[in-house]
Design a protein around this ligand. Structure first.
Ligand code: PDD
Length: 288
Protein backbone atom coordinates (compact mmCIF):
# COMPACT_ATOMS: atom_id res chain seq x y z
CA UNK A 1 0.00 0.00 0.00
CA UNK A 2 1.15 3.50 -0.74
CA UNK A 3 1.00 6.02 2.07
CA UNK A 4 -0.74 9.19 0.76
CA UNK A 5 1.80 11.29 2.68
CA UNK A 6 4.75 9.59 1.04
CA UNK A 7 6.83 11.73 -1.27
CA UNK A 8 6.55 11.12 -4.98
CA UNK A 9 8.44 12.67 -7.87
CA UNK A 10 6.42 14.49 -10.51
CA UNK A 11 8.10 16.34 -13.38
CA UNK A 12 10.90 17.98 -11.42
CA UNK A 13 9.33 18.18 -7.96
CA UNK A 14 9.07 16.02 -4.88
CA UNK A 15 5.66 16.30 -3.21
CA UNK A 16 3.24 14.21 -1.15
CA UNK A 17 1.32 11.64 -3.19
CA UNK A 18 -1.99 13.28 -2.22
CA UNK A 19 -0.88 16.55 -3.82
CA UNK A 20 0.56 15.18 -7.06
CA UNK A 21 -1.72 16.14 -9.97
CA UNK A 22 -1.60 15.90 -13.76
CA UNK A 23 -3.73 17.48 -16.49
CA UNK A 24 -6.82 15.66 -17.78
CA UNK A 25 -5.35 16.38 -21.23
CA UNK A 26 -2.29 14.28 -20.40
CA UNK A 27 -1.78 11.86 -23.28
CA UNK A 28 -1.12 9.12 -20.76
CA UNK A 29 -4.67 9.59 -19.46
CA UNK A 30 -6.31 10.08 -22.88
CA UNK A 31 -4.40 7.55 -25.00
CA UNK A 32 -2.22 5.48 -22.62
CA UNK A 33 0.59 7.20 -24.55
CA UNK A 34 3.47 6.31 -22.26
CA UNK A 35 5.72 3.66 -20.78
CA UNK A 36 6.63 2.50 -17.29
CA UNK A 37 9.12 0.55 -15.19
CA UNK A 38 8.98 -1.32 -11.90
CA UNK A 39 12.31 -1.64 -10.08
CA UNK A 40 12.61 -3.59 -6.82
CA UNK A 41 14.87 -2.42 -4.01
CA UNK A 42 16.12 -4.60 -1.16
CA UNK A 43 17.47 -2.93 1.95
CA UNK A 44 17.29 0.35 0.03
CA UNK A 45 19.45 -0.99 -2.81
CA UNK A 46 17.96 -0.91 -6.29
CA UNK A 47 18.00 -4.26 -8.06
CA UNK A 48 19.47 -4.29 -11.59
CA UNK A 49 18.98 -0.53 -11.91
CA UNK A 50 21.05 -0.19 -15.08
CA UNK A 51 19.10 -2.91 -16.87
CA UNK A 52 15.78 -1.31 -15.88
CA UNK A 53 16.92 2.15 -17.04
CA UNK A 54 18.21 0.71 -20.31
CA UNK A 55 14.83 -0.93 -20.90
CA UNK A 56 13.05 2.32 -20.03
CA UNK A 57 15.12 4.25 -22.57
CA UNK A 58 14.63 1.53 -25.22
CA UNK A 59 10.90 1.77 -24.64
CA UNK A 60 10.95 5.56 -24.99
CA UNK A 61 12.78 5.19 -28.30
CA UNK A 62 10.23 2.58 -29.42
CA UNK A 63 7.38 5.06 -28.88
CA UNK A 64 9.33 7.95 -30.47
CA UNK A 65 10.25 9.78 -27.30
CA UNK A 66 13.65 10.93 -26.09
CA UNK A 67 15.27 9.93 -22.82
CA UNK A 68 14.04 12.33 -20.15
CA UNK A 69 17.20 12.42 -18.02
CA UNK A 70 20.56 10.75 -17.51
CA UNK A 71 20.99 7.51 -15.58
CA UNK A 72 22.83 9.43 -12.84
CA UNK A 73 19.87 11.81 -12.46
CA UNK A 74 17.49 8.86 -12.23
CA UNK A 75 19.67 7.22 -9.60
CA UNK A 76 19.59 10.37 -7.50
CA UNK A 77 15.79 10.75 -7.70
CA UNK A 78 15.14 7.08 -6.92
CA UNK A 79 17.56 7.18 -3.99
CA UNK A 80 15.61 10.11 -2.52
CA UNK A 81 12.31 8.24 -2.92
CA UNK A 82 13.74 5.18 -1.18
CA UNK A 83 15.61 6.96 1.57
CA UNK A 84 12.86 7.13 4.23
CA UNK A 85 11.98 3.43 3.96
CA UNK A 86 15.26 1.64 3.53
CA UNK A 87 14.50 -1.52 5.53
CA UNK A 88 11.50 -3.05 3.80
CA UNK A 89 11.46 -4.50 0.33
CA UNK A 90 10.28 -1.73 -1.97
CA UNK A 91 9.35 -1.32 -5.60
CA UNK A 92 9.87 1.93 -7.45
CA UNK A 93 7.28 2.68 -10.11
CA UNK A 94 8.26 5.03 -12.94
CA UNK A 95 5.84 6.30 -15.56
CA UNK A 96 6.63 8.63 -18.44
CA UNK A 97 3.96 9.95 -20.78
CA UNK A 98 4.07 12.29 -23.76
CA UNK A 99 2.53 15.00 -21.58
CA UNK A 100 -0.52 17.21 -22.11
CA UNK A 101 -1.36 18.81 -25.46
CA UNK A 102 -3.61 21.85 -26.07
CA UNK A 103 -6.45 19.49 -27.02
CA UNK A 104 -7.17 15.82 -27.67
CA UNK A 105 -5.41 14.90 -30.89
CA UNK A 106 -4.35 11.40 -31.91
CA UNK A 107 -1.38 12.62 -33.92
CA UNK A 108 1.89 12.93 -32.05
CA UNK A 109 2.71 16.54 -31.16
CA UNK A 110 5.89 17.95 -32.71
CA UNK A 111 6.82 19.40 -29.35
CA UNK A 112 5.86 18.10 -25.96
CA UNK A 113 6.83 18.27 -22.32
CA UNK A 114 6.82 14.74 -20.92
CA UNK A 115 5.09 13.93 -17.66
CA UNK A 116 7.63 12.11 -15.50
CA UNK A 117 6.35 10.36 -12.41
CA UNK A 118 8.01 8.09 -9.86
CA UNK A 119 6.82 6.66 -6.56
CA UNK A 120 7.84 3.98 -4.15
CA UNK A 121 5.60 1.19 -2.85
CA UNK A 122 6.29 -1.50 -0.26
CA UNK A 123 6.41 -5.08 -1.48
CA UNK A 124 4.15 -6.70 1.15
CA UNK A 125 6.16 -8.72 3.67
CA UNK A 126 5.79 -12.45 3.06
CA UNK A 127 4.21 -12.10 -0.39
CA UNK A 128 7.00 -14.08 -2.03
CA UNK A 129 7.00 -16.73 0.74
CA UNK A 130 3.27 -17.19 0.21
CA UNK A 131 3.60 -17.99 -3.49
CA UNK A 132 6.55 -20.31 -2.78
CA UNK A 133 4.03 -23.00 -1.88
CA UNK A 134 2.83 -22.92 -5.48
CA UNK A 135 0.18 -20.98 -7.40
CA UNK A 136 -2.55 -21.90 -9.85
CA UNK A 137 -2.70 -20.64 -13.42
CA UNK A 138 -4.91 -20.99 -16.46
CA UNK A 139 -4.04 -20.73 -20.13
CA UNK A 140 -5.79 -18.06 -22.20
CA UNK A 141 -5.54 -16.78 -25.74
CA UNK A 142 -3.07 -13.90 -25.95
CA UNK A 143 -5.48 -11.23 -27.19
CA UNK A 144 -2.99 -8.37 -26.79
CA UNK A 145 -1.44 -6.28 -29.56
CA UNK A 146 1.71 -7.22 -31.47
CA UNK A 147 4.20 -5.02 -29.62
CA UNK A 148 4.26 -6.64 -26.21
CA UNK A 149 8.03 -6.05 -25.95
CA UNK A 150 7.19 -2.43 -25.08
CA UNK A 151 6.39 -1.85 -21.41
CA UNK A 152 3.44 0.33 -22.34
CA UNK A 153 1.02 1.74 -19.77
CA UNK A 154 -1.73 0.46 -22.07
CA UNK A 155 -2.41 -2.64 -19.99
CA UNK A 156 -6.10 -3.24 -20.65
CA UNK A 157 -5.43 -6.58 -22.36
CA UNK A 158 -3.18 -7.68 -19.49
CA UNK A 159 -5.57 -6.68 -16.72
CA UNK A 160 -8.64 -8.24 -18.34
CA UNK A 161 -6.74 -11.50 -18.85
CA UNK A 162 -5.46 -11.39 -15.26
CA UNK A 163 -9.02 -10.86 -14.07
CA UNK A 164 -10.21 -13.92 -16.00
CA UNK A 165 -7.60 -15.90 -14.08
CA UNK A 166 -8.67 -14.30 -10.78
CA UNK A 167 -12.31 -15.15 -11.55
CA UNK A 168 -11.21 -18.79 -11.51
CA UNK A 169 -9.22 -18.31 -8.28
CA UNK A 170 -5.95 -18.40 -10.20
CA UNK A 171 -2.93 -16.18 -9.67
CA UNK A 172 -1.95 -15.79 -13.29
CA UNK A 173 -3.06 -16.29 -16.89
CA UNK A 174 -0.42 -17.92 -19.10
CA UNK A 175 -0.92 -16.61 -22.61
CA UNK A 176 -0.94 -18.63 -25.81
CA UNK A 177 -0.49 -17.07 -29.24
CA UNK A 178 -0.94 -19.28 -32.30
CA UNK A 179 -0.29 -22.40 -30.28
CA UNK A 180 2.80 -21.12 -28.45
CA UNK A 181 3.38 -19.76 -24.95
CA UNK A 182 4.28 -16.07 -24.86
CA UNK A 183 4.27 -14.94 -21.19
CA UNK A 184 2.00 -14.41 -18.20
CA UNK A 185 -0.34 -11.42 -17.98
CA UNK A 186 2.26 -9.76 -15.70
CA UNK A 187 5.20 -12.18 -15.75
CA UNK A 188 7.52 -14.25 -17.93
CA UNK A 189 7.18 -18.02 -18.21
CA UNK A 190 9.71 -20.84 -17.80
CA UNK A 191 9.16 -24.58 -17.93
CA UNK A 192 11.35 -27.48 -16.86
CA UNK A 193 11.27 -30.65 -18.95
CA UNK A 194 13.65 -33.54 -18.34
CA UNK A 195 15.86 -31.30 -16.16
CA UNK A 196 16.17 -28.67 -18.87
CA UNK A 197 15.01 -25.11 -18.14
CA UNK A 198 13.19 -23.61 -21.13
CA UNK A 199 11.85 -20.09 -21.76
CA UNK A 200 10.57 -18.54 -24.99
CA UNK A 201 13.12 -16.40 -26.85
CA UNK A 202 12.71 -12.62 -26.77
CA UNK A 203 10.37 -11.35 -29.46
CA UNK A 204 7.73 -8.68 -30.02
CA UNK A 205 5.27 -10.99 -28.27
CA UNK A 206 6.73 -10.78 -24.78
CA UNK A 207 8.35 -8.32 -22.42
CA UNK A 208 12.13 -8.75 -22.09
CA UNK A 209 11.87 -9.31 -18.35
CA UNK A 210 14.79 -8.26 -16.17
CA UNK A 211 14.01 -11.14 -13.79
CA UNK A 212 13.84 -13.54 -16.76
CA UNK A 213 17.38 -12.54 -17.78
CA UNK A 214 18.66 -12.84 -14.23
CA UNK A 215 17.08 -16.27 -13.74
CA UNK A 216 18.73 -17.47 -16.96
CA UNK A 217 22.05 -15.93 -15.93
CA UNK A 218 22.04 -17.42 -12.42
CA UNK A 219 20.79 -20.83 -13.56
CA UNK A 220 23.42 -21.07 -16.29
CA UNK A 221 26.19 -20.07 -13.91
CA UNK A 222 25.09 -22.79 -11.47
CA UNK A 223 25.12 -25.48 -14.12
CA UNK A 224 21.38 -25.81 -14.80
CA UNK A 225 20.83 -26.74 -18.44
CA UNK A 226 18.97 -23.73 -19.98
CA UNK A 227 17.64 -23.04 -23.43
CA UNK A 228 15.59 -20.28 -25.06
CA UNK A 229 13.07 -21.84 -27.44
CA UNK A 230 9.39 -21.71 -28.31
CA UNK A 231 7.12 -23.65 -25.94
CA UNK A 232 4.02 -25.12 -27.57
CA UNK A 233 0.79 -25.27 -25.59
CA UNK A 234 1.20 -29.04 -25.53
CA UNK A 235 4.73 -28.77 -24.05
CA UNK A 236 3.45 -26.33 -21.45
CA UNK A 237 0.72 -28.68 -20.31
CA UNK A 238 3.18 -31.61 -20.09
CA UNK A 239 5.93 -29.69 -18.32
CA UNK A 240 7.57 -31.13 -15.18
CA UNK A 241 7.68 -27.63 -13.68
CA UNK A 242 6.29 -24.22 -14.65
CA UNK A 243 7.63 -20.95 -13.21
CA UNK A 244 6.52 -17.34 -13.53
CA UNK A 245 9.03 -14.53 -13.02
CA UNK A 246 8.66 -10.82 -12.31
CA UNK A 247 10.46 -8.08 -10.40
CA UNK A 248 7.95 -7.95 -7.57
CA UNK A 249 7.07 -11.67 -7.39
CA UNK A 250 10.50 -13.15 -8.16
CA UNK A 251 10.17 -16.84 -9.21
CA UNK A 252 6.73 -18.33 -8.58
CA UNK A 253 6.23 -22.07 -9.04
CA UNK A 254 2.96 -22.97 -10.78
CA UNK A 255 1.68 -26.18 -9.24
CA UNK A 256 -1.71 -26.30 -10.94
CA UNK A 257 -2.45 -25.47 -14.57
CA UNK A 258 -6.04 -25.52 -15.84
CA UNK A 259 -7.04 -27.38 -12.68
CA UNK A 260 -4.52 -30.18 -13.22
CA UNK A 261 -1.36 -30.69 -11.16
CA UNK A 262 1.94 -29.64 -12.73
CA UNK A 263 4.45 -32.49 -12.22
CA UNK A 264 3.62 -34.04 -8.86
CA UNK A 265 1.66 -30.94 -7.82
CA UNK A 266 4.45 -29.51 -5.65
CA UNK A 267 7.11 -26.86 -6.38
CA UNK A 268 9.79 -28.74 -8.33
CA UNK A 269 13.39 -29.62 -7.46
CA UNK A 270 14.92 -27.27 -10.04
CA UNK A 271 12.70 -24.42 -8.80
CA UNK A 272 13.96 -25.09 -5.24
CA UNK A 273 17.51 -24.61 -6.46
CA UNK A 274 16.82 -21.54 -8.61
CA UNK A 275 14.84 -19.77 -5.90
CA UNK A 276 17.65 -20.47 -3.44
CA UNK A 277 20.20 -18.96 -5.86
CA UNK A 278 17.91 -15.96 -6.36
CA UNK A 279 17.59 -15.45 -2.60
CA UNK A 280 21.40 -15.58 -2.27
CA UNK A 281 21.73 -13.00 -5.03
CA UNK A 282 19.31 -10.67 -3.21
CA UNK A 283 21.14 -11.22 0.06
CA UNK A 284 24.45 -10.24 -1.53
CA UNK A 285 22.88 -7.03 -2.79
CA UNK A 286 21.57 -6.16 0.68
CA UNK A 287 24.94 -6.86 2.23
CA UNK A 288 27.09 -4.76 -0.14
N1 PDD B 1 5.38 -6.48 -14.69
N2 PDD B 1 5.74 -9.61 -18.68
C1 PDD B 1 4.78 -8.73 -18.34
C2 PDD B 1 3.59 -8.58 -19.21
C3 PDD B 1 4.93 -7.97 -17.14
O1 PDD B 1 3.99 -7.08 -16.81
C4 PDD B 1 6.08 -8.19 -16.33
C5 PDD B 1 6.29 -7.44 -15.05
C6 PDD B 1 7.04 -9.12 -16.74
C7 PDD B 1 8.30 -9.37 -15.94
O2 PDD B 1 9.25 -8.35 -16.14
P1 PDD B 1 10.32 -7.97 -15.01
O3 PDD B 1 11.02 -9.21 -14.66
O4 PDD B 1 11.22 -7.00 -15.69
O5 PDD B 1 9.58 -7.38 -13.84
C8 PDD B 1 6.83 -9.81 -17.92
C9 PDD B 1 5.58 -5.54 -13.62
C10 PDD B 1 6.25 -6.05 -12.41
C11 PDD B 1 4.30 -4.77 -13.38
O6 PDD B 1 3.63 -4.49 -14.37
O7 PDD B 1 4.00 -4.42 -12.24
Amino acid sequence: MTNTNSQVYLSGQFEPLSEAKISVLDRGFLFADGVYEVIPAYGGKLFRLQQHLDRLNNNLTAIRMNAVMSDAQWAEILKKLLAPQTLDDQAVYIQITRGAGANRDHQLPEQYTPTVFAMCQAIPVGSVDKTAQGVSAITLDDIRWDWCHIKSVSLLGNILLKQQAADQSCTEAILIRQGFTTEGSASNVFIVKNNQLITPPKSHHLLPGITRDLVLEISQSKGINCIEKEISEEELTRADEIWLTSSTREIMPVTKLNNRPVGDGNPGAIWQKASQYYAEFKQQLRGN
